[in-house]
Design a binder for this molecule. Structure first.
Ligand code: C2E
Ligand code: MG
Ligand code: MG
Length: 653
């Protein structure tokens, strides 16, 4: 709730409280007026009664006066003295209500006036009770501004009515007195009300409002992501589930998952506050292409989900790409320029009635495809993709399980020297069996292990296992181990190799490490440094699969390899275009020799290939013609057949 809105509500409440206080104030004033009227009436009545008593007492011929209406001179004098104090006029009525005397008229001489019956006097005659009515005076008639007409019955000892005296009592001063003192009371009551009612009312209303805001906020937090203001995953699922049940004809709905590529780097490089800004940037990017019917949520971490409704799949893909392009634009945050791509996975809802969770997991499959396909991509879910992903997940489980349970095997493929045609060493090749017992090719599971971040641990096992095995072989043989680029990342490779050599007792020159050109592309300096340290240990380093990458002379020169392994595609090319293949092989071998490297040809399958390569002075041969990769136990056979006899029992077992 914005501060402005809170202020607006506060003003409304204060106005309401003031209004109700004013109404109450009005009621108080009314009540006070009523009380003043009563007090003044009571005063008038008392004065009128006193006056009547005085009048009757000072005129002994009262009954006569009432019956005749004539005043004697003495009576006239008494009457004029009776007009003292507040009583400024009086009238007398006989017991039937006829006016018989008025202070400013001597008598009511004519019949007309005698016949005049006063209603109030009649009422008093009937009730024998005094009657007072208050009047505001009119200036022009010389009347006081407030006076009372008080009718009092004059009774004999037996209680019989003798006459009715009507006195006009000036109550101006009494009224003023009461107004002054009770007016102050009214103000005091008003202020009291304001404090005892108005202020608590305002406080109550504010508290109620705040409680409602807190409730709204709690409801908002329960269904939204506070940082981006988007829905959370739970609420998203509820809304989308309802939408699935009420599909709009002619419109297609898809669930899209967007995931920031390498979001961790943004957090690591610029801090978490910047990471938060980037998440908001993603939310804004989605917002720019959002239609009213779309539902958007932050599903957690750096993942966003959209239920996208469009006329066609083409339109969906084009909008998702537009969102991705918008997000990919760099943003500035406190002087830094941040940029990251996003990957997307789309599942177009079909009529088969998948639940939101099923649909989301299909979009997740598509997202996964985008990620392993190089990121910054959008993929659509399909049955084939699902099958591929299922197989991949199976393999991931297999790799995970084998890593935890030492479930890998090492097979060894012999390498032969050109000159004496003896086995000079073996390449250790990683093997993994699936649940049916069939071997999964390393070209399939090694990249998976790399993406799972497990290859460093597996590679370490390979180094330890291979050195331990090779240490049992004749001292003139070596073992060759393939490295993955990931093994260079945590800077522990050199110590791993050093420890393995120490542990196994294998002489460092008997260990060969194979790297490929593609690895060198990634991080030249870091890898070069570690390769130098490895060489310093006395280990030799070979460039594997030469010719499949950039075939860069620069790398060969820069890293000072001990050996170059020519990829088997060149060897097999001898079958198709012998002349050209021979020329290329000749050039590579000459070049390697010039740079002081030995050359191994991989994948020799025919005697003809071996013969040509021997003619080109290739140093070592590897291929099915000479021996297939086999478990350590098979190594002994190779040694025997190539005339090497000094194999320790451990390697045969
Ligand atoms: P690579 O290092 O080039 O290994 C040679 C591959 O060629 C092996 O395949 C081997 O079985 C195969 N090969 C050898 N002679 C012949 C032949 O005459 N004809 C044919 N068609 N193939 C032949 P493998 O064992 O399937 O290994 C494939 C790749 O997997 C290796 O290529 C290597 O890059 C990788 N790899 C194997 N073990 C490891 C390991 O422990 N760590 C790492 N990082 N990668 C490994
Ligand atoms: Mg190799
Ligand atoms: Mg190779």
């Amino acid at each position: 709730m914005p501060a402005g809105a809170t202020r607006f509500h506060l003003r409304k409440y204060i106005a309401a409280a003031l209004l109700s206080t004013a109404i109450l104030g009005g009621l108080v004033v009314f009540a006070v007026d009523l009380a003043i009227d009563r007090a003044v009436s009571a005063d008038a009545r008392a004065r009128a009664e006193d006056w009547a008593k005085y009048f009757v007492a000072t005129i002994p011929e009262f009954d006569e006066l009432v019956s005749t209406g004539h005043l004697t001179d003495r009576q006239r004098a008494v009457v004029s003295t009776a007009l003292v104090g507040n009583v400024f006029r009086f009238k007398l009525y006989d017991a039937r209500g006829n006016a018989v005397l008025q202070s400013d008229l001597e008598t009511f001489a004519n019949q007309e006036q005698h016949d005049h019956i006063d209603d109030e006097a009649m009422e008093v005659i009937a009730s024998k009770q005094p009657l007072v009515s208050l009047k505001a005076g009119a200036r022009e008639r010389n009347m006081p501004s407030l006076y009372a007409e008080a009718y009092v019955p004059v009774l004999d000892r037996a209680g019989n009515l003798r006459a009715v005296a009507e006195t006009y009592v000036d109550e101006t001063r009494t009224g003023a007195f009461y107004h002054q003192s009770l007016g102050a009371l009214a103000v005091a009551l008003g202020v009291g009300f304001a404090f005892s009612f108005g202020i608590p009312t305002v406080a109550f209303l504010i508290r109620t409002r705040q409680a409602r805001e807190v409730r709204h906020q709690a409801e908002f937090l329960a269904s939204h992501d506070p940082m981006t203001g988007l829905l959370n995953r739970t609420r998203f699922s509820e809304i989308v589930q309802a939408r699935i049940a009420n599909r709009v004809p002619g419109r297609q709905m898809a669930l899209v998952i967007l995931d920031i590529d390498n979001f961790k780097l943004i957090n690591d490089d610029y801090g978490h506050a910047a990471g938060d800004e980037f998440l908001k940037h993603v939310a804004r990017g989605i917002g720019r292409f959002r239609l009213d019917e779309d539902i958007v949520a932050r599903a957690g971490g750096d993942e966003f989900v959209i239920a996208l409704t469009r006329a066609s799949v083409t339109e969906m893909i084009s909008d998702v790409k537009a969102i991705m392009a918008t997000i990919s634009k760099p943003i500035r945050q406190k002087g830094d320029t941040m940029a990251a791509h996003v990957s997307a996975g789309i599942y177009v809802m079909t009529d088969e009635g998948a639940t939101v969770e099923e649909a989301l997991s299909r979009a997740e499959v598509a997202l996964h495809e985008s990620k392993i396909d190089g990121k910054n991509r959008v993929s659509l879910f399909s049955r084939e993709l699902d099958e591929r992903m299922r197989k991949r997940r199976e393999l991931e489980d297999l790799v995970q399980h084998a890593t935890a349970n030492k479930g890998f095997e090492l097979h060894y493929q012999p390498l032969f020297a050109i000159d004496h045609e003896n086995c000079v060493g073996f390449e250790a090749l990683l093997r993994l069996k699936d649940r049916q017992g069939a071997y999964v090719p390393p070209t399939t599971f090694v990249p998976i292990a790399e993406s799972m971040g497990l290859i460093a641990a597996i590679g370490k096992w390979v180094i330890v296992e291979a050195t331990r095995t090779a240490a049992t072989w004749p001292s003139e043989t070596f073992v060759s181990v393939n490295l993955s680029v990931c093994q260079f990342q945590d800077q522990t490779l050199v110590s791993t190799v050093e420890d393995a050599l120490k542990e196994s007792g294998l002489a460092p020159h008997r260990l060969e490490l194979e790297v490929t050109e593609s690895m060198l592309m990634e991080d030249n300096e870091g890898i070069a440094e570690q390769l130098r340290s490895l060489k310093a240990l006395g280990v030799s380093v070979a460039m594997d699969d030469f010719g499949t990458g950039y075939s860069s002379l620069a790398y060969l020169w820069q890293f000072g390899f001990d050996k170059l392994k020519i990829d088997r595609s060149f060897v097999s090319a001898l079958e198709k275009d012998e002349h050209r293949a021979r020329q290329i092989l000749n050039t590579i071998i000459m070049l390697a020799h010039q740079l002081g490297m030995k050359v191994t040809a991989e994948g020799i399958e025919t005697a003809r290939q071996a013969e040509i390569l021997r003619g080109l002075a290739c140093d070592q041969f590897q291929g099915y013609l000479f021996g297939r990769p086999a478990p350590a136990s098979g190594v002994a056979l190779v040694f025997t057949s190539s005339g090497i006899s000094s194999v320790s029992p451990a390697s045969v077992g």
